[in-house]
Design a binder for this molecule. Structure first.
Ligand code: ZN
Length: 260
């Protein structure tokens, strides 16, 4: 029923999704495939430490096409942009004290200030060339982990700058902006049911250490790094909220209401 509701609001426009192969951007891709008739993806290779994420991108795309025939029809080409210059910025920053603080906070070594602004600008340039005026990104203010370029005000300012700079109205859709990690799991369930949740668990990558040997209920990863902690804590909260709702669903008629 929820899937059907999503279908009705579909717009006959192309969109470009900033797609890294992680949980958030995969949920964004599913969201875009539920809202737009043609969806392309773009990934950025900037020498990131968890390169396994890049390798998972094609697998996730294939799995979505396999599991959802209606999405397969809408899924357009993938683009990968090599922006290794960003890697050299983060490498030179390793000599500065600030980076050491960031490491103690648990942010990755490859943390690049204003990274999302660079991504959005490059994505907009690519979109412009491909006659696409809608970008979709997984920026999220709720769990923004200290990245100020994930905040809604930053994205709105970037949208205004791109619209002026390209002299074309650019829209940046951020369907996860006000969601926490539990709500992002719930959104995946709404968009694609257990099939989509399975694709995310089995094939998306989040772990900062690039670990894919250990399988947890929420997917693969070291289980210790901040990215794994956010993902697993979100999974646990989502499971807990579903369990809390489950007795209502299974209770015999008449008894479910009494508990509320
Ligand atoms: Zn990890």
């Amino acid at each position: 029923m929820e899937l059907f509701e999503q279908q009705r609001s579909i717009r006959a426009q192309p969109a470009l999704v900033l797609f890294s192969g992680g949980q958030d951007s995969t949920t964004c891709l599913a969201w875009a495939l539920s809202h737009y008739t043609h969806v392309e993806t773009v990934g950025f290779d900037y020498g990131q430490r968890h390169r396994v994420e890049l390798a998972q991108r094609q697998i996730v795309r294939e799995q979505l096409a396999l599991g959802f025939p209606e999405w397969r029809a809408r899924l357009g080409p993938d683009h990968t942009l090599d922006i290794s210059v960003l890697g050299s910025i983060s490498a030179s920053a390793l000599t500065q004290e600030r980076t050491i603080e960031l490491q103690q906070d648990g942010l990755p070594n490859t943390f690049v200030p204003a990274r999302n602004l660079v991504f959005l600008t490059l994505a907009a340039a690519l979109a412009y060339r491909r006659s696409i005026r809608i970008l979709v990104g997984g920026m999220c203010q709720t769990d923004f982990s200290g990245y100020p370029d994930c905040r809604d005000a930053t994205i709105r300012a970037q949208q205004a700058a791109l619209t002026l700079g390209l002299n074309e109205e650019m829209l940046i859709e951020t369907p996860l902006m006000w969601s926490d990690k539990a709500q992002i799991w719930a959104l995946a369930q709404t968009l694609g049911g257990p099939t989509l949740v399975d694709v995310i668990v089995e094939h998306t990558h989040t772990c900062y250490l690039g670990q894919r040997e250990q399988r947890h209920a929420w997917g693969y990863g070291c289980g210790q790094c901040p990215a794994c902690e956010l993902r697993s804590a979100g999974w646990r909260r989502w499971q807990a909220s579903r369990a809390a709702q489950a007795p209502e669903r299974s209770a015999p008629a008449g008894e479910g209401e009494a508990g509320n």
